[in-house]
Design a protein around this ligand. Structure first.
Ligand code: CA
Length: 340
């Protein structure tokens, strides 16, 4: 269900009801030391034509994940409004301070945008952005695409992501839209049931929701960018916003995987340097040695051997070698056990 908008000082420079293409900003009054009455500007574009659904696209939820923001910015510059039926609300760089810094989290308030939903219109800047998206953007939408990559610390197999829904009919629609993306893999990710993510909030508001994870490592992957560009158009064709001839063949099959809760993750237990035993995409099994943590500054200390806790494939791998206890070194995706 849509939220009733809470009082907020935020405003926009775009008119959501106007046809054609507009590019502007969500303006959130922000009063730091050097700018008493200034604003934080979050880029937003509206492309509207004819009759059809409203599709919201978000990039830059984390500021060090680039394939989504590049793809959305290209749509803003290049898409002819006459080609669509419906409305696109395009937000390529939502956690804008993090994007400018090239960091996962906002340097302004230290928050991870994707753990702040539904936000707080009287909170910090990051909380005010998520409140604006929750209260003012999601209620306009029929569908939501949240384009993530692995970020600086992870490399993830390019994949389209299903956010689980308790509503069986919506869950079915979400899986169909995610499979339409045509990524090499479809993965159900519940984030341990955390409701504070953008996709969890979108699903709670009843939007057809598609996520992605596109490589990572804090860089731009050539393959992942190709998959992202095609996938976004494929979903827009699936939703009836773009014509059928704009679709591209899928790069995957119909297999659906999931992260099997806490057992998906392999964490470091020791301070040191992580040595992986497998590459992304390799088959692994519960109990199998997954890698070692070496204490290079005390060679007399034996390495710690880490083990997988689930059967499946290696889906994601930590990028920096240096690890501390609790760091996520590996992520396993298993065959989806739920209903399709
Ligand atoms: Ca992310």
């Amino acid at each position: 269900m849509s939220r009733v908008p809470r009082p907020s000082t935020a405003f926009t420079t775009v008119d959501f009801d106007r046809s054609g293409k507009q590019s502007g900003f969500v303006m959130i009054p922000h009063s730091p030391h050097d700018d008493a009455w200034g604003v934080t500007r979050i880029p937003i574009a509206v492309i509207k034509n004819g009759e059809g659904p409203t599709v919201i696209m978000e990039g830059g939820n984390h500021g060090d994940e680039y394939e989504g923001p590049i793809t959305i910015a290209e749509l803003i510059r290049d898409l002819d409004p006459g080609r669509i039926q419906g409305r696109l609300i395009l937000m390529p760089s939502n956690n804008v301070h993090a994007a400018i810094a090239g960091q996962r989290t906002s340097p302004v308030d230290g928050l991870n945008f994707n753990r702040t939903f539904p936000g707080d219109p009287r909170g910090t800047i990051t909380q005010q952005i998520s409140a604006f998206v929750s209260d003012r953007i999601f209620p306009l939408g029929d569908a939501f695409l949240d384009l993530h990559s692995g970020g600086s610390s992870l490399d993830i197999i390019p994949s389209a992501i299903v956010e689980p829904s308790q509503d069986a009919a919506l869950h079915k629609k979400n899986i169909a839209a995610v499979q339409a993306f045509g990524a090499p893999m479809t993965v159900v990710i519940a984030n341990m049931g955390d409701p504070r993510t953008a996709t969890a909030e979108a699903v709670a508001q009843g939007l057809i929701t598609v996520g992605t994870e596109m490589a990572g490592g804090g860089t731009v992957s050539i393959d992942a960018l190709r998959i992202c560009r095609k996938g976004v158009r494929n979903v827009l064709v699936h939703l009836g916003v773009l014509p059928p001839e704009d679709a591209s063949p899928s790069e995957g099959d119909a297999t659906v995987l999931e992260l099997p809760g806490a057992n998906a993750y392999v964490f470091a237990g020791m301070d040191g340097v992580f040595e992986p035993f497998h590459k992304n995409g390799e088959k692994v099994s519960a109990g199998q040695p997954a890698g070692r943590v070496h204490c290079l500054w005390d060679p007399s200390r034996p390495p710690e051997t880490l083990h997988y806790q689930a059967d499946g494939i290696l889906y994601g791998r930590r990028q920096p070698g240096r690890v501390r206890p609790g760091n996520c070194c590996l992520v396993v995706a298993s065959l989806y056990a739920g209903t399709l």
